[in-house]
Design a protein around this ligand. Structure first.
Ligand code: 26Q
Length: 850
């Protein structure tokens, strides 16, 4: 729906603004930009401007400097249609924007110079006041953000589609050792990076019923008569690539109430009813749901999914209509990637739009849908696989249910031909789960609707084929593939770790920023003592900064000379923060018992949020804080052991943590972590990993070499065997005095001020059925940690291993991942954008900037 027609004006092409003073990138032009935005946009005079005012003014000035490239990029595709990636994701954890845009524009120094004239000595002071939009839970949302950055840097036309949550992931406070959740009001001070586009709003329906009718050609058709509506207003965020003209669009939908409906209710005298519907539809994009798998808010979550998916598909279809391209050609112009099943309703919604609105035949509609859509799976955990109760689904999306039944009927018909008389396989493959209450399996809908399905690390993709969807893999082996995750070196090295970046540039030039494989040249330096010292010094500088932050946030003094041993990620039992915590207790006991010879002095740092409804995860946070309190107050631990829980772990804090880490803890139960991406950020920044053979750890170990990685733990198949052979955690406890002693201390209330009840649920889980095999892996973990301690004694050797980690981490650049998606799934090519001020195009009346 486009409410206002663009005016038939002859507007200049974007290039005509490229030398406009508002696009100037010298320090003077940036200074003028800040001054003018303070005055004209914010209504402030420089002498009274706060740090936040300066942040806003500089951000607007930087945004001005994105516009030429942004509009040129959008215009280039309109003028010369290119296949474009539509990345559909319920989460985009994009992090702070200012420094990233400065880096990609290449004007960090100019901005700093300009700020000095306002009395601001360092750009850092301004960056500190930026609020980050927490529009994601963790890895999956951050991956979407890294991929948007790489797409732009690789000059691939792409649009990210998602939701503009008014409140993102909660902020975490720690009170008396417990997590307390606080609403994330990220928009309160204004957010300068978005461009609302109310003219491009879309309508979305919910509820109601379907009815059959005969159309003008005598064809039976179904139509949906929804009872509820919402309007999606796009809020566009420019995503500039690194030192290229490509500036893609992240289009986030905000839900608004439908005015027509309000007016109807208003006219019949139900003013308050009208206001109520307005309130109800506006709550649609109100808040991001945490991934706690509870039933709370499920209905609203399904509404959110349908809301953003429907708006996004309508938007893509409309873009074809605007350019006069036949709808049947959809898959030549768009490739739609589903980031997990959260947007999987797209398969049904696409069919609905094609059949009900564009009147395509079923077969054609299916061909268009199937050739456009691909699906990435991010989890094997059964509790994390999305299923929707049939009654809930049909009350919200009755037409989609009809279509899903028909998709399923046709699919199962094919399966019957392949496996005659095999009812069991029909039950296993069906979109409808009939065990227990009927439910829709979104992973099945996505797998059937997509032309490719991929896992996010090699082991994970194997397990999808062998364990998660084996019947589908047998049916369509060619559909299943792997694309190992990656992270953007721009944010996670160039921006987060300026000192390391400088050193890398001195050695290999700055091209590593877009070609991480160049870092293998650093291997020549591994015997160069003075270089290794410089490498170590860059790390030490990161540790000093983090130590300052830790002191300000928690009051704990930590020694930058100690080993920084870090586990930051969402708190989850499968990630086993409690395994790490238990190991800390064992070290504590060794020190207490005078058996700590050769132990490296460590600062063990934890960070991460627990889903608000996940009791065990919250108890693990309390447990870590209980240990921290005892350890940090004990003079015997001075200079040997410190424990820190960093509150409110987010992208911004991650940027401080990765450069400051010596040891990266990647200790999930084998087979549980799909990939992990923090593991890659650590390795790039030169941390050594202690880890299990899980997710991308396996590939990290392959890349950096087994001798530069601290391996421990049972393999996925060993874990499976244990599970099938009456695993008994108690036998492992009894076999290891250090473990039984640690557990006894917890039972006695040593880490809970004498409270023997507090950690009982945790102990019961560990000593009862220990679902994540913490006890089974403990001894080997401790052994591996002793190897870590030994390696730390020889700091030159440690630095060498660290250097090798950085040198061989190029594979984990999201540029490599995106290239793989482009070649093996999307079939899209780079499309460099030229910025020209073409006089001829000015006379072409079709040249509208719409
Ligand atoms: C589901 C239903 C209701 C509410 C929330 C959710 C929900 C939300 C977010 C379920 C899952 C998520 C996020 C999952 C996630 O982050 N997975 C991680 O994805 C990373 C990127 O591929 C991997 O590296 C991690 O291994 C994987 O755990």
């Amino acid at each position: 729906m486009s409410s206002t027609k663009p005016l038939e004006l002859k507007l200049p092409t974007p290039g005509c603004y490229s030398d406009h003073e508002r696009a100037g990138i010298g320090a003077d032009a940036v200074f003028d930009g800040i001054t003018e935005h303070l005055f004209f946009t914010l209504g402030k005079l420089a002498p009274t401007a706060s740090l936040h005012d300066l942040y806003m003014a500089l951000s607007y000035a930087v945004r001005d400097r994105l516009m030429t490239r942004y509009l040129a990029s959008q215009e280039a595709i309109r003028a010369k249609p290119q296949k474009t990636v539509a990345y559909l994701s319920a989460e985009f954890l994009i992090g702070p924007q200012l420094n990233n845009n400065l880096l990609n524009l290449g004007i960090q120094k100019e901005a700093e110079t300009a700020l000095k004239r306002f009395g601001i000595q360092s750009l850092g002071h301004i960056l500190e006041v930026e609020e980050e939009p927490g529009l994601g839970n963790g890895g999956l949302g951050r991956l979407a953000a890294c991929y948007m950055e790489s797409l732009a840097s690789l000059q691939i036309p792409a649009t990210g589609y998602g939701i503009r949550y008014e409140f993102g992931i909660f902020n975490q406070l720690i009170r008396d050792g417990w997590q307390v959740e606080v609403t994330d009001k990220w928009l309160k001070g204004g957010w300068p990076w978005e461009l609302p586009q109310p003219d491009e709003a879309c309508f979305v329906g919910f509820g109601g019923r379907t009815e059959n009718y005969i159309d003008e050609n005598g064809k039976y058709r179904s139509r949906w008569i929804p009872t509820e509506h919402a309007i999606g207003i796009p809020h566009d965020v420019p995503v500039l690539g690194y030192q290229v003209n490509t500036c893609n669009r992240l289009r986030l939908w905000r839900a608004d109430a439908t005015e027509s409906f309000d007016f109807y209710a208003f006219n019949i005298g139900d003013y308050y009813g009208a206001v109520e519907e307005k309130v109800a539809s506006e709550t649609l994009s109100k808040v991001l749901y945490p991934n706690d798998g509870t039933d709370e808010g499920r209905r609203l979550r399904l509404k959110q999914q349908h809301f953003f998916v429907s708006c996004s598909l309508q938007d893509m279809l409309r873009s074809l209509e605007k350019r006069g391209i036949a709808i049947e050609e959809f898959s030549k112009h768009w490739t739609v990637q589903l980031n997990d099943t959260h947007p999987a309703i797209a398969v049904a919604e696409m069919m609905r739009l094609l059949i009900d609105h564009y009147h395509l035949e079923w077969e054609k509609a299916w061909e268009v849908t199937n050739s456009s859509v691909a699906y990435t799976n991010h989890t094997l955990l059964p509790e994390a696989l999305e299923k929707w109760d049939l009654d809930l689904f049909s009350s919200l999306l009755p037409r989609h249910l009809e279509l899903i039944y028909e998709i399923n009927r046709r699919f199962l018909q094919q399966v019957r031909l392949r496996y005659p008389g095999n009812d069991l396989i029909l039950r296993k493959l069906s979109i409808i789960d009939e065990d227990g209450g009927k439910a829709i399996r979104m992973a099945h809908l996505a797998t059937i609707g997509a032309h490719h399905i991929n896992g996010v690390a090699s082991l994970h993709s194997d397990l999808i084929k062998r364990q998660l969807l084996p019947e589908f893999a047998a049916l369509w082996p060619e559909k299943f593939t792997n694309v190992t995750n990656g992270v953007t070196p721009r944010r996670w090295v160039a921006l987060a770790n300026p000192e390391l970046s400088k050193l890398l540039a001195e050695e290999v030039g700055t091209d590593w920023i877009t070609n991480m494989e160049l870092l293998t040249k650093l291997e020549n330096k591994q015997l160069d003592k003075s270089f290794l010292e410089k490498f170590g010094a860059a790390k030490l500088s990161g540790k000093r900064k983090l130590a300052g932050y830790i002191h300000r946030q928690t009051g704990v003094l930590v020694d930058p000379a100690s080993m920084f041993d870090v586990q930051v990620k969402r708190i989850h039992q499968y990630k086993r923060q409690h395994l790490n915590a238990l190991q800390v207790i064992a070290q504590y006991l060794r020190i207490k018992n005078g058996k700590a010879q050769g132990m490296a002095p460590r600062t063990v740092i934890f960070g991460g949020k627990a889903a608000p409804g996940y009791f065990m995860a919250k108890l693990i946070i309390r447990f870590i804080n209980g240990i921290a309190e005892m350890v940090n107050a004990d003079p015997d631990m001075d200079g040997r052991l410190r424990v820190v829980f960093l509150p409110d772990y987010n992208v911004k804090l991650g940027e401080q943590v990765y450069p400051a880490t010596d040891l990266s803890e990647q200790i999930s139960t084998a087979g549980k972590e799909a990939s992990g991406t923090g593991n890659m950020k650590f390795a790039m920044n030169g941390a050594l990993t202690i880890g299990t053979l899980d997710g991308a750890n396996i590939e990290i170990r392959e890349q950096v070499g087994a001798e530069n990685f601290f391996l421990f733990g049972k393999t996925e198949s060993e874990i499976m065997k244990l599970r099938n052979n009456n695993y008994d955690p108690k036998s492992y406890i009894e076999a290891l005095p250090e473990l039984s002693e640690a557990i006894r201390l917890i039972e006695l209330g040593h880490f809970s001020n004498g409270d023997t009840e507090l950690f009982q649920p945790l102990l019961n889980s560990l000593t009862g059925n220990d679902p994540f095999f913490v006890m089974a892996d403990f001894a080997d973990y401790l052994r591996s940690q002793d190897n870590v301690s030994r390696a730390w004694q020889d700091r030159e050797e440690w630095n060498r291993m660290s250097l090798i980690n950085t040198a061989r981490s190029g594979f984990f650049s999201s540029d490599r991942s995106i290239r793989e998606y482009c070649e093996s799934i999307w079939n899209v090519q780079p499309f460099p954008v030229e910025i020209t001020c073409d006089v001829n195009s000015l006379t072409n009346s079709s040249n509208k900037l719409s």
